[in-house]
Design a protein around this ligand. Structure first.
Ligand code: ASP
Ligand code: MG
Length: 424
């Protein structure tokens, strides 16, 4: 008998008939002889709707209350799912994150899991029940308040519980058949990827591929927990993400490029005319760190404006841009830079593949493809298994398609089906 953890995203439980279909799937897994723990997201776009509602009553809702509100979305779907399963003649019990033992720090809106004590889940399994857990939420160890893990956090709940329960597999159900070589909405000929290593998946998640939450992949890698990303609308085998001891660290059978990811959620800030002196960049990035802002790419150039000075550009989540600009203005007189430029019309396109470590020429092929497509590169960053470029927002689709073609990732026929609609 195996212990299977299944996570269903918002599009898989979007309405009553979806919930009934998912209930059947869960019961089938149980009937096959498995213990089943299910993590659910809020129905469809519920979380967005609740956020809208909050904004209507207050421009700046207190974090504690916002978390209280948003976690109600998952409570609705978990209870309905438990009812649908009961209606099929099986015992199911729903649990909030707090009841399931998801213990977090007290940072509202992006809490980190610090412990998982799933006693009640184990008890339910021991009684032969199916356990349904509300995703994306926990309870703070210090304040005992309800917290949320950040948008898309149900993936992380699923992996954290799967690790704590020592599950055999964590299945992440979504509205596409797995992870694709590019977003099928942009590249219709994108192919489904059968197997991915944790490190490639981490790079993809960090580069905007919306299929898995970054922290969930980090967590799964730490515990070496295999993830199976698949569609709740079909029975096709999806994408397996795991540590493959035979190919890990070797170049055996690794495709050079696994996929192309893109991200439109970042903006670029340029600090113009920074004195070219020791410690200036440190002062700038210390200020941003103190404001808890995560920086992505950084480029330093000789200033176009003045000699003896440099321009420092960096990218960050657009949502954090206002905070960053305000923090930097405060140190303008101390660092004595000239001005700040802000550009949110950018997009990032990334090429990811473990095989690029050992294959020269990948960058040249990528950049030639972009040039042939008439796309100008604004910034570049690389890791061992990734090349990312920042381009004009309007060029993102063309850049993704050009890269996809250049590395012959296209399927012979269109195979990507998007079953749901919202993408998660
Ligand atoms: N319902 C939450 C969200 O939409 C969490 C999740 O879906 O994973 O972000
Ligand atoms: Mg969602």
């Amino acid at each position: 008998m195996a212990l299977v953890v299944q996570k269903y995203g918002g599009s898989s439980v979007a309405d009553a008939s979806c919930i009934k279909r998912v209930a059947q799937r869960i019961v089938a897994t149980k009937k096959a002889g498995n213990d089943v723990v299910v993590i659910v997201s809020a129905m469809g776009d519920t979380t967005d709707e609740l956020l809208d509602l909050a904004k209507q009553v207050s421009p700046l809702p207190p974090g504690r209350e916002l978390d209280m509100l948003l976690t109600s979305g998952e409570r609705i779907s978990m209870a309905l799912l438990a009812m649908a399963i009961a209606n099929l003649g099986h015992e199911a019990r729903s649990f909030t994150g707090s009841q399931a033992g998801v213990i977090t720090d007290s940072t509202h809106g992006k809490a980190r899991i610090i412990d998982v004590t799933p006693g009640r889940i184990q008890e339910a399994l021991g009684l032969g029940h199916i356990a349904i857990v509300a995703g994306f939420q926990g309870v703070s160890q210090d304040t005992k308040d309800i917290t949320t893990l950040g948008r898309g956090g149900s993936d992380t709940t699923a992996v954290a519980l799967a690790a704590a329960l020592e599950a055999d597999v964590c299945e992440i159900y979504t509205d596409v058949d797995g992870v694709f070589t590019a977003d099928p909405r942009i590249v219709p000929t994108a192919r489904q990827i059968p197997r991915l290593s944790f490190e490639e998946t981490l790079e993809m998640a960090a580069c905007g591929a919306k299929i898995l939450h970054l922290r969930c992949v980090e967590y799964a890698r730490r515990f070496r927990l295999p993830i199976h990303v698949r569609s709740s609308f079909s029975s096709k085998e999806g994408t397996w993400v795991f540590t493959d001891p035979e190919t890990e660290g070797t170049e055996m059978e690794q495709p050079i490029i696994s996929g192309v990811a893109h991200d439109r959620s970042e903006a670029k800030i340029t600090v113009v005319g920074v004195p070219d002196k020791i410690g200036e960049a440190a002062a700038i990035f210390k200020t941003l760190a103190d404001a808890e802002i995560n920086i992505d790419m950084i480029v330093q150039n000789v200033s176009a404006a003045a000699t003896g000075r440099t321009d420092i550009s960096f990218t960050l989540p657009t949502n954090d841009a206002q905070t960053a600009l305000t923090a930097l203005k405060k140190i303008q007189s101390k660092v004595v830079f000239d001005s700040l430029l802000f550009d949110d019309r950018i997009g990032k396109v990334s090429l990811i593949g473990a095989g690029m470590r050992s294959h020269p020429g990948v960058t040249a092929t990528f950049f030639s493809a972009l040039a042939n497509a008439g796309v100008n590169i604004e910034m570049i960053s690389t890791s061992e298994i990734r090349i990312s470029v920042v381009v004009d927002e309007d060029d993102v689709d063309a850049a993704v398609n050009a890269a996809h073609q250049a590395f012959e990732l296209d399927a012979d026929e269109v195979e990507a089906v998007v079953y749901g609609g919202s993408g998660r």
